[in-house]
Design a protein around this ligand. Sequence first.
Ligand code: C2E
Ligand code: MG
Ligand code: MG
Ligand code: MG
Length: 279
Amino acid sequence: LRAKLESLRAATPIPINTAAAVEVARLEGELKAGINSGQMQLYVQPIVDMRSHQIIGFESLVRWMHPITGLVRPDFFIPLAERSGLIVPLGRWVLREACHAALRFDREQNHAKMAGKSGFISVNVSAGQFHDPEFIPELASILRETKLNPERLQLEITESILSDTSAAKRWIAGCKKLGVRIALDDFGTGYSSLSYLHEFDIDTLKIDQSFVRRILEDKRSEKIIITIIQLSQALGLEIVAEGIETQPMFDRLAALGCHYGQGYLIARPSPIDAYFAAR
Ligand code: C2E
Ligand code: MG
Ligand code: MG
Ligand code: MG
């Protein structure tokens, strides 16, 4: 009997917090229903040329309009989507929606606050999408379907994806073959080595908000930003500073030679309609 009890104990899985597991499963179910029933919304935030102050493009940032809770931020549901695999259908929806948004900016340009000609739209891509073998074929069909000039689409990936060097190179090459641009998001927070950055066919570096936030108080953050700007110049990359909240931050970044910026000072993320409201 004792031996039997021992073997039973060994076979019993480690205790889990059942309440938490049930709650996560419930939320995943709600997220799935939300994706399928049109509760997702595409918000956009402008990216400006820091010298001319003109809008050159937008980053798309997804929101979940939950019928009871109201607006849910992606920091909450993107991890949930990643863990459940829902990131694949969600990401596909965002990509298609973003391409349509870019076309809409064209059509309604005369009414939009957007300056200049054809802006680009930047779309976040997370690890689950990177590992989805259907991602590149889907991207190709969305581009074909919408007839969007692929140069006007930018995909934002994070440094963590680059750790699998050969897979990342293949993936980036597949995207570049279709003509889209690649940005490294939250740059400086990952563990990727600067020395191998030149190996990847990347167009844009987005300086992480954590450095931008401290640029005026912390010499080290400022030095890191200066280094990233020099690096981008050496490698011929575009540079975008994220999270610009005040005019002094904007001015310092511009003085350091940062070309493009994004942040609450310029505009908060909002539904696309906000850019066509003035008529
Ligand atoms: P991210 O791609 O780094 O996006 C920038 C985040 O900073 C956004 O948060 C934006 O609203 C916020 N932000 C912009 N300017 C400022 C500022 O001046 N100050 C501060 N404090 N924050 C600012 P959001 O929209 O909550 O998105 C959070 C993250 O969720 C994004 O970080 C991105 O990693 C992820 N995400 C958002 N949309 C998508 C999506 O469609 N697909 C995927 N895979 N991830 C997404
Ligand atoms: Mg981003
Ligand atoms: Mg970022
Ligand atoms: Mg982020």
